[in-house]
Design a protein around this ligand. Structure first.
Ligand SMILES: *Cc1c(COP(=O)(O)O)cnc(C)c1O
Length: 356
């Protein structure tokens, strides 16, 4: 029993995968199972593949390399636009990459030739979110430069919304992508079979029966891992949420005042803290901190426990109103959002335990 502990409920993640496979399958949409949200935990990737997902997507070549080494049999898609400095790794370990720079694609072509390997790409377009992607006016340049690729196979076009700009997926945005496919097909004189229409946030289009039938791929992480959609600001009603639970150990439990005593300077992160006097209350200090976790993205399972604050290694919670008798050496449990999951699985101080 080592704390802090992140418990991964595999059967709940499996439930989400199956549910989404059903919903997307009916629309003839292939799911790329995105693992980056949990730093590509091998057992999670395994569950995805076991339930029919054929392509796994991650943003880091390291994660893909490790999953391959652990013999998870899938096609691998690199989600982050490749760095020029990592292209050999991209060709060696990734079957598909998302791309938005002609220079990078031409460099990938050269390395593919040297390695004598075919590499598939999805050409990304920015439809307004201002993260990755070519602009519409780049279609000319793409056509001129990518007409003659030998080892790079353009298999699709794609877009990513809802990440930087928080732009929502709409039928109109999807229509643009379909139109881009048509233009590229005619300019390059080749078939482009995949239209990769986004991420978890795209699911709402399917639910509203508003997903154009040409869209045949979605890259889905958050919905599988956490049953939620941050961009759409919602818990997805037909998916399970308590898939990952954090347990943090209590290292101090005392009743203390709620307003610090002394001259107030700055807290450990340079902010000036503000306090409301609620008298003396019971509080517990837990052995986890900002070094391990995006604390404000945690939610205590016991609704009567309130997070008061955190420093690098300590999380302070108010346990005055709880009906449970938390004791020193015991633990308090938390649900989490995407950024907490991301940080917890990245921290080397957090122990991951999978539960079947
Ligand atoms: C992270 C990512 C996804 C998956 O997003 P979720 O919100 O986790 O479904 C899809 N596409 C790209 C390019 C990504 O970087």
């Amino acid at each position: 029993m080592k704390f802090p502990k992140l418990r991964v409920f595999l059967s709940k993640i499996e439930y989400n995968v199956r549910k989404l496979q059903g919903i997307c399958g009916r629309e003839k949409i292939e799911i790329v199972g995105v693992t980056k949200g949990c730093s590509a935990i091998t057992e999670v990737a395994k569950i995805m593949v076991k339930n029919g997902i054929k392509i796994l997507g991650d943003s880091r070549v390291e994660n893909i390399k490790r999953l391959r080494k652990n013999k998870i049999a899938a096609e691998y898609m690199l989600l982050r636009i490749p760095m020029l400095s990592e292209l050999q790794g991209v060709i060696d370990y990734c079957d598909i990459s998302l791309n938005s720079e002609i220079e990078t694609i031409l460099a990938l072509e050269e390395i593919s030739k040297k390695s004598n390997k075919i590499h598939k790409i999805i050409v990304m377009f920015d439809l307004g979110d201002l993260r990755e992607g070519f602009l519409l006016e780049d279609i000319d340049g793409i056509s001129r430069n990518m007409y003659n690729l030998k080892k790079i196979k353009i298999i699709g076009v794609g877009t990513n919304l809802g990440c930087y700009g928080g732009v929502l997926y709409t039928p109109e945005k999807m229509g643009k992508l379909i139109d881009i496919r048509r233009q590229l097909e005619s300019r390059l004189n080749q078939e482009i079979t995949i239209i990769s229409g986004g991420s978890t946030a795209s699911l709402s289009l399917i639910e509203k029966n508003a997903m154009p039938q040409e869209i045949n791929q979605l890259r889905i992480g958050e919905a599988i891992l956490l049953g939620q959609d941050v961009t759409g600001n919602r818990k997805i009603p037909y998916l399970l949420k308590d898939t990952f639970i954090l347990q943090a150990e209590i290292i101090e439990k005392k009743s203390k005042g709620t307003v610090p005593q002394g001259i107030i300077g700055r807290d450990a992160f340079g902010n000036i803290p503000q306090f409301i006097d609620k008298g003396v209350r019971e509080r517990s200090i837990l052995a986890i901190g900002k070094q391990d976790c995006q604390i404000d993205n945690l939610e205590p399972l016991d609704k009567r426990v309130k997070i008061l604050g955190a420093s690098s290694d300590h999380l302070i919670v108010d346990t005055e109103d709880t009906r449970k008798n938390y004791r020193l050496g015991g633990f308090i449990e938390f649900q989490m959002g995407y950024s907490a999951l991301l940080s917890l699985t990245t921290s080397r101080y957090v122990n991951i335990e999978t539960v079947d």
